[in-house]
Design a binder for this molecule. Structure first.
Ligand code: SF4
Length: 71
């Protein structure tokens, strides 16, 4: 799959939110530029629209339940 359509507006992609620069780089490479099908931020859009927590990572799938419960 090509680059994610949200790279220009996604807080994760445009900032350095995360644990380490290397981990961020690897997640951006994998999720944002290669395969976003399992990105938690992308899945969260279906739940909260664009109000995705700034600190949510593409790997934070466990937080989807939390977001779902808050709606
Ligand atoms: S973190 Fe997810 S939603 Fe954001 S640009 Fe990357 S793949 Fe797209």
């Amino acid at each position: 799959m090509p680059e994610c359509a949200y790279t220009s507006i996604c807080d994760f992609f445009v900032s350095e939110v995360g644990y380490s620069p290397e981990l961020n780089h690897n997640m951006k490479q994998h999720f944002c530029l290669e395969d976003n099908t399992h990105c938690a931020r992308l899945l969260a859009m279906d739940i909260v629209g664009e109000n995705i927590p700034v600190d949510m990572l593409p790997t934070d799938t466990e937080r989807l339940t939390e977001l779902d419960a808050s709606m």
